[in-house]
Design a protein. Structure first.
Length: 718
């Protein structure tokens, strides 16, 4: 093999997933910079490289060196050191500070940062805070680079190294070597297959108990992320045997071990099924059911009222006449400590909630309003004229102690809690919320039970209704004004399993269907709609008022592809950074994909990229009235959101919704999905695709069944 030594002048390209890079290298004896290609866990401009490989003639790019092996070391020349420090590897040091540091400390600069960081204060512009930040970033990048090298040596992508360091700190490699399967449990973006790959390289046998136990927990975790609160024992064993390709006896023995050590829980339900639970879901179901029944007991916080007079007063104040179903629900609200209000669009849920609020506020009761997401809390605040918070902000997360500030020991300060868009709430959040409700308080749970169930495990609203243990007000009469909207009448038709009424040619409507047999044609039609026809005809802003809602992530009409198309169409220029296979550009619409309690942003929050700071290696996103800062290495928490999945749109409202619907979405097509998508629109719905796909979705009413035992628990404790 040929050998090559030189200083990296710049990194032309680097694939974060597999480490492949294209480098321009300054080599002694060569006037021009040399192009070097190869794979390496981590790379920075300025570093010294020693490589073994061969010279090749690339037909497009000319002569280059293809490295089989590359070894990196810190630069020794002043020019190399300055380039290295300016490369962005250390937060807080850009080109300007790299130059100042090298001028002040010369070749000793690395030793100063590592061992005598106090001396950094001698450099002009470096104060106490920047000094601390540089030292911290230096120590952190050392650890992250070690993790990257460890992952790389086991054939694994290095993109999650920062996340691993964030979770495990300095002991990361030691922890992973002891039990590589912890990566699948604790690190988002690292699944079981990657952890298993590392385990095999570390010599863990295919039929080992450690692997079998990790496999069972992983399979059960995947099932709960698909909405199940528990799973039947034999089905769980079967799925795990299939995934791990080992004998049934090994898996059964591993499951028994996990049950003995209480990592998992087994119970037989009322139907005689042996169910396996993750402990947090088992205890969440019990805690929620017990608290609902405990709240039901006792005196309502609202003093006794003359109901007929109260209704008359409310109607006078609001200038409306309540329907019989609304009057009945209002009576229940002032008498029952826990109740559910359910119904589709246009049936008067908002009017009813406002009427309830009028009475409670007249009686000086303290009322708290909440919804699962910021986008669901906003319309609640607008329609009631009161403050409405997300559940997370209402409960107040404590980043120092972990967990919420408000809980059973420190309940919320309210006499009534009204929870909107409750179909979105999973069993864990439902349990945490009810735990924080004071025993004297009343709780009103509002939601549309026909929408998609929560993204997380359970189906709390539906189970609560089916249990028949709390009063339920079913509102189903569509009011005259609402009935003039095709969005509302079609939503109800869809919910009844009927095809929506589509406008004739040139008829003005708020609900349109545009035929597009071919997915590629559908993308072109939607592109034209978003960029020209809808803004021109209906005066909607493409960025702020039009939202594409698609059934899935993959495929031509999936969220991933549509986001790339619309980023290029609506926001093609400006500062950008590429991470995790995605380009993030200033001005882009982005969505948070996980709860980040430290940043106080939550799964489903949508914002716009405000600024990209190369020197600080940070990107800031504007969410409504505040800026949230992300390290470049945390960008896997963000996805583009020009198009989002229908599941992610729950609880939100948009002026205009465009829904691509094609038979390529076959697997996911179901009635509750289309119903949820249509009911997200306030003023305009356009479905683009095939009538066959629309018909298929409407006729498939069986939302995939979830295994939950909340209904049984509610009956058990009632």
């Amino acid at each position: 093999m040929d050998k090559l030594d030189g200083q990296i002048d710049r990194v032309v390209f680097r694939n974060e997933e597999n480490g492949f890079c294209v480098l321009r290298v300054k080599v002694r004896g060569h006037k021009e910079l040399i192009t070097v290609t190869g794979t390496v866990p981590t790379i920075n401009s300025g570093e010294w490289m020693s490589a073994d490989g061969e010279w090749l003639m690339d037909p497009r790019h000319g002569r280059q060196f293809k490295a089989e092996q590359m070894r990196m070391s810190k630069p020794e020349t002043l020019e190399g050191i300055e380039k290295y420090l300016a490369s962005g590897m250390i937060k807080g040091i850009g080109k300007e500070y790299a130059s100042r540091l090298v001028k002040t400390f010369g070749r000793d600069v690395f030793d100063v940062i590592e061992n005598s960081s106090g001396k950094l204060l001698k450099v002009e512009g470096i104060g106490k805070m920047r000094k601390e930040s540089i030292k911290q970033a230096w120590d952190e990048q050392k650890s992250v680079r070690q993790i990257m090298s460890f992952l790389f040596s086991h054939g694994v992508s290095t993109t999650r190294a920062f996340r691993i360091h964030k979770v495990y700190g300095e002991k990361a490699i030691e922890i992973v070597q002891r039990d590589p399967y912890c990566l699948a449990r604790d690190i988002r973006g690292i699944g079981f297959l990657i952890a298993d790959q590392i385990a095999m390289k570390l010599g863990i046998a295919k039929d080992s108990d450690l692997r079998a136990r990790a496999g069972i927990e992983f399979v059960l975790g995947e099932l709960t992320s698909n909405g199940h609160s528990a799973y039947q024992r034999e089905d769980l064993l079967g799925r795990t045997v299939e995934m791990l390709e080992v004998d049934y006896e090994i898996i059964a023995k591993a499951l028994d071990h996990s049950l003995q050590n209480e990592r998992l829980i087994q119970r037989t339900d009322l139907r005689g099924r042996d169910l396996i639970y993750l402990p947090k879901l088992y205890f969440a179901e019990i805690a929620f059911a017990k608290k609902i029944q405990a709240l039901e007991k006792g005196k309502h916080p609202c003093p006794e009222i003359k109901f007929d007079k109260a209704v008359e007063w409310v109607q006078q104040q609001s200038g409306i006449t309540l329907a019989d179903s609304q009057r009945g629900a209002l009576k229940t609200a002032v008498e029952s400590k826990v109740m559910v209000i359910t119904g589709g669009p246009g049936v008067g849920k908002t009017t009813l909630v406002n009427s309830i609020l009028k009475i409670f506020r007249a009686k000086k009761l303290r009322v708290a309003l909440c919804a699962p997401t910021g986008r669901a809390a906003k319309p609640l605040a607008e329609t009631t004229g009161m403050e409405a918070k997300t559940i997370h902000r209402l409960l107040m997360y404590n980043p120092h102690k972990g967990g919420f500030v408000h809980n059973g020991e420190n309940p919320l300060e309210c006499d009534v809690l009204i929870v909107d868009e409750s179909s979105m709430i999973d069993i864990v959040l439902a349990s945490q919320l009810t735990e924080a409700v004071p025993h004297h308080a009343a709780m009103i749970i509002v939601g549309d039970a026909d929408q998609l169930p929560s993204v997380g495990p359970g189906r709390v609203l539906q189970d609560l209704i089916h249990s028949e243990t709390v009063p339920v007000a079913h509102l189903n009469e569509v009011f005259r004004q609402a009935a003039q909207s095709k969005i509302i009448t079609n939503a109800h038709l869809i919910n009844q399993g009927q095809m929506p009424e589509l406008p004739e040619d040139k008829e003005v409507s708020d609900f349109y269907f545009v035929e597009a047999d071919d997915p590629d044609k559908a993308v072109k039609i939607i592109s034209k709609m978003v960029s020209r026809s809808v803004p021109e005809k209906f005066r909607f802003s493409p960025m702020d008022e039009i939202q594409i809602l698609t059934p899935m992530q993959k495929g031509e009409l999936g969220a991933r592809n549509l986001n790339q198309v619309f980023q290029q169409l609506l926001n093609p220029n400006g500062d950008s950074v590429e991470r995790f296979g995605m380009v993030y550009r200033v001005g882009d619409k982005v969505m948070q994909t996980e709860n980040d309690y430290d940043k106080d942003v939550y799964n489903g929050d949508i914002g716009r990229i405000h600024k990209i700071d190369e020197e600080q290696r940070e990107l800031s996103v504007k969410y409504e009235d505040r800026l949230v800062v992300y390290d470049f290495r945390e960008l896997d928490e963000l996805v583009l959101s020009y198009a989002i999945t229908i599941h992610k749109s729950q609880g939100s409202e948009y002026p205009c919704v465009i829904i691509p619907l094609h038979t390529q979405h076959y697997v996911l097509l179901q009635r509750s999905l289309i119903y949820t998508a249509v009911t997200r629109a306030k003023k305009l719905v356009i479905v683009v695709g095939t009538k066959k796909a629309l018909g298929l979705a409407i006729t498939r009413a069986e939302s995939r069944e979830r295994v939950t035992t909340l209904t049984d628990r509610l009956k058990e404790f009632s």
